[in-house]
Design a protein around this ligand. Structure first.
Ligand code: FES
Length: 160
């Protein structure tokens, strides 16, 4: 899995500075925050508003518009199931239902033990092998319910 940095203001200020401390760079900075810290919390929103001379409401509005900008720490493993057209045609909805039931959580949620966060994604560039799933940084194709459970067991040591 991808290692995340603990949030601290100095690192956050450095990332803002490296990305470009301008209001038009807000979405890019939020992406960098999620890549580095794993999520965007209220402290980060406050810092961004201050550094970019925006209101907290403006920053919060952008954060809540994009599903990719998590507002709480993800689980140890992030599992993304493709919901785009090619994967839907090959059963990603049924696979998603299975995943929710198997893990006991909804989309954008994390298992109680903090092992797995389940998220939708819209095309992983693996359309020829639909339905596609990404676990951490690994993409898997032609995933059915059994394969899903095996992958979860391999990555997170749990199936249900
Ligand atoms: S539509 Fe699912 S990988 Fe492209």
């Amino acid at each position: 899995m991808t290692q995340r940095l603990p949030f601290d203001e100095k690192t956050a200020r450095d990332l803002i500075s490296l990305t470009g401390a301008e209001p038009r760079m807000l979405v890019q900075i939020l992406r960098v925050f999620v890549e580095n810290f794993g999520f965007v919390n209220d402290d980060m929103i406050r810092l961004l508003a201050s550094e970019l001379n925006l209101s907290r409401a403006e920053v919060h509005g952008v954060v809540s518009f994009y599903h990719d900008f998590r507002t709480s720490p993800p689980g140890q493993h992030v599992v993304k199931i493709c919901q785009a057209e090619a994967c839907q045609a090959m059963g990603s909805r049924a696979l998603t239902d299975h995943a929710k039931q198997s893990l006991g959580i909804d989309m954008h949620a994390t298992t109680e033990d903090g092992a797995v966060t389940l998220e939708p994604v819209y095309c992983l560039g693996n359309c020829a092998c639909s339905p596609a799933v990404m676990i951490n940084d690994n993409v898997y194709g032609k995933v059915d319910a059994n394969t899903f459970d095996t992958l979860i067991s391999k990555h997170a040591g749990q199936t249900s």
